[in-house]
Design a protein around this ligand. Structure first.
Ligand SMILES: NC(=O)c1ccc[n+]([C@@H]2O[C@H](COP(=O)([O-])OP(=O)(O)OC[C@H]3O[C@@H](n4cnc5c(N)ncnc54)[C@H](OP(=O)(O)O)[C@@H]3O)[C@@H](O)[C@H]2O)c1
Length: 257
């Protein structure tokens, strides 16, 4: 559990910050002056950004399968963080025509671990000194292609439904956990992720789905989006005080160009 300089901005924990999208969220958050706690299997992947933001970035070495590490990452200055973000994803491998993974339930299991650790921390809150603690906001990166209503171009439907069956089954279970949790949440569903510099918020289209009204979903259908733009959108719309948390909370948001 790290100590951090006091900041009036909400504190953030990011899981998956060494990956493309998570790193983009991390960079936006640090540049805006937030205290950020990160759980990383290999902290050295973040050494350059750590030296740029030695006071704001707090890295805990650990794995999302380990609740003790998660707990350390969810606490800054003896306080549970205000915002919890996960961009954890699985490694995919081709096995003939099938795509498989050495860790095919990483998003479900990792999210379950984060949620149960948050509940554990909630139970530890000193009710006498803090009778109504603010609930942490959850922002979890999911994917397009798992909605009951088509949210991907027809041309890529077969690949999404058959090729990506393993990661998508995992993401569906992860989404159910988040939707049924006790915390306020946003599920972000990007289209196919590619690298490259951010094009900016004006280049993005969003669509939304509310779990209770799935048939009325208004999806943004597109082929791809850069990881940098997903990170930018998450920071600007869901984290920043300039954003629109109230508009996105409780929704699955599809994001594409
Ligand atoms: N690829 C696509 O086209 C696509 C489309 C839509 C949505 N998505 C989803 O978007 C999200 C971001 O994707 P991305 O490509 O930017 O991610 P990525 O580069 O694959 O990064 C994945 C992150 O998860 C971390 N991670 C994996 N296993 C972990 C474990 N056991 N413990 C702790 N951390 C672990 C990785 O850490 P290490 O650095 O230690 O490996 C890394 O930081 C993922 O959830 C992905 O499923 C992907």
């Amino acid at each position: 559990m790290s100590t951090a300089p006091s900041s009036s901005k909400p504190s953030i924990a990011i899981f998956g910050a060494t990956g493309g999208t998570g790193l983009a969220i991390l960079k936006n958050s640090l540049a805006a002056g937030h205290n950020v706690s990160v759980l990383a299997r290999t902290p050295s992947k973040l050494s350059s950004i750590s030296s740029q933001y030695p006071d704001l970035l707090h890295v805990t070495q650990g794995d999302i399968h380990d609740n003790a590490s998660i707990k350390r990452a969810l606490v800054l200055n003896n306080r549970r963080v205000d915002i919890v973000i996960s961009a954890v994803g699985m490694v995919l491998q081709f096995k003939g025509v099938k795509i498989v993974s050495p860790d095919p339930t990483i998003c479900e299991v990792g999210t379950r671990n984060i949620l149960s650790t948050l509940s554990e921390l909630e139970a530890e809150v000193d009710q006498a000194s803090n009778p109504s603690p603010v609930k942490p906001k959850l922002i979890i990166v999911s994917t397009t292609g798992i909605s009951e209503k088509r949210d991907i171009p027809r041309a890529v439907s077969p690949f999404y439904h058959y090729g990506l069956a393993v990661p998508h089954a995992d993401k569906k279970k992860m989404e159910d956990l988040v939707i049924n949790s006790q915390w306020p949440w946003v599920l972000v569903r990007p289209s196919f992720l590619v690298d490259g510099p951010a094009k900016g918020l004006k280049s993005l289209r969003t669509g939304t789905e509310t779990p209770a009204h799935k048939k009325e979903a208004t999806h943004a259908i597109g082929y791809a989006i850069r990881r940098e733009d997903v990170g930018l959108w998450i920071y600007e719309e869901c984290v920043s005080s300039r954003g629109n948390w109230g508009e996105w909370a409780g929704k699955c948001v599809s994001l594409t160009y």
